[in-house]
Design a protein around this ligand. Sequence first.
Ligand SMILES: [Fe+2]
Ligand SMILES: [Fe+2]
Ligand SMILES: [Fe+2]
Length: 381
Amino acid sequence: MSLNHSAEQVHCRRTAALAVELGRRAGVAAQPLAQTALLHHSLEPLRHSSGLGRLAWQVVAGGDARGIADIVQVCNLVDEQLEALEFEYKEVATILEEIRSFAAFEGFDPALLEYLREMRCREFPGVLKLPVEAGTARLVCRTLRAPREYEIRELEAIALRDPVLAGSLLGVANYAPYGRAQRASTVGRAIASIGVIEARKVMLAAAMRPLFTSAGLGPIWSHSLMSASLCAALAAHTGLLSPEEGLVLGLVHDIGAVAVQFLPRETLVTYRNLVASGCPATYVERLLLGRDHGEIGAGLIARWHFPQEFIDAVRFHHQPERSPSKLASLAYLAEFWSGRDEDLPSFGRVEACLARVGLALETLMEMASRDSTLRALQAVA
Ligand SMILES: [Fe+2]
Ligand SMILES: [Fe+2]
Ligand SMILES: [Fe+2]
């Protein structure tokens, strides 16, 4: 997460993105909404609807001024509330209800909140059979098709290229009827536990699922590989888990973001519009789905029978302040280190996570500069 954008500028961009989406549903043109939202701090000392009204009038010089001002006002409030979640967690439904209650006082039309509610997704896909990345799926089919003997290490090397393969193997290994006393938390142990013959079948079955192509998946997969390397390095440095377990955590931490690509089409279009206009993924997920991809991913890996500390880490990797889990803090730092803007930037969170895992910022930065895998991945990204 880069911290070098002016907080006010990015707030205005997000407000504009929300205003355009709300306006699309309310039948208000995008351009004056975006202009008013982008300028709402620079031209007027705002926080007051009459100020917004004057600004909107300047932008459109017409009869829509009041409607534009109202939409920007509502979206400004939504953005402020979503920004404040780091300090005080609330459900998005509660936030929308609270903003509606400001309507009489602030002078905007409370019906505008209904457009935001309409934007939200009512049915999130339930049990998902997630796809394996196309290149890895081809590799699995090519390499594992031959009926010969395989080494654990051979299968492990392939499974560590894809979150779904790694997760499926741990899922089978930790499935209760197998009666394992201790849950497997590395891919190697999962393969050893279920046996090479069974592991090969699991991998072939996962790789043969229908390939699902989505513009959003490629970057998630390459980011997952990069995070696996970062989490392994952080694990080795902090001693909180073994590097092999760190690899698994990094690989699956964003599995919920893969699931988000299966949203109903209408929601997915709104999701992509907002992300493309500068809203971070977790912000949009909370707004549209009521939970971020960490919470969604935790539900998925719980069904894969992952150890509880992994489930907690994935659930809270974008809200580390909501959990005592040190692994959630470790995963948050890996996100920060990877430079992928999945969340609102927060140096407070970075500092708190560093303290929780017992690491200094200088050490993290030094590790980043030494990490040759990261440099290589950034070079080809
Ligand atoms: Fe504002
Ligand atoms: Fe994430
Ligand atoms: Fe991530």
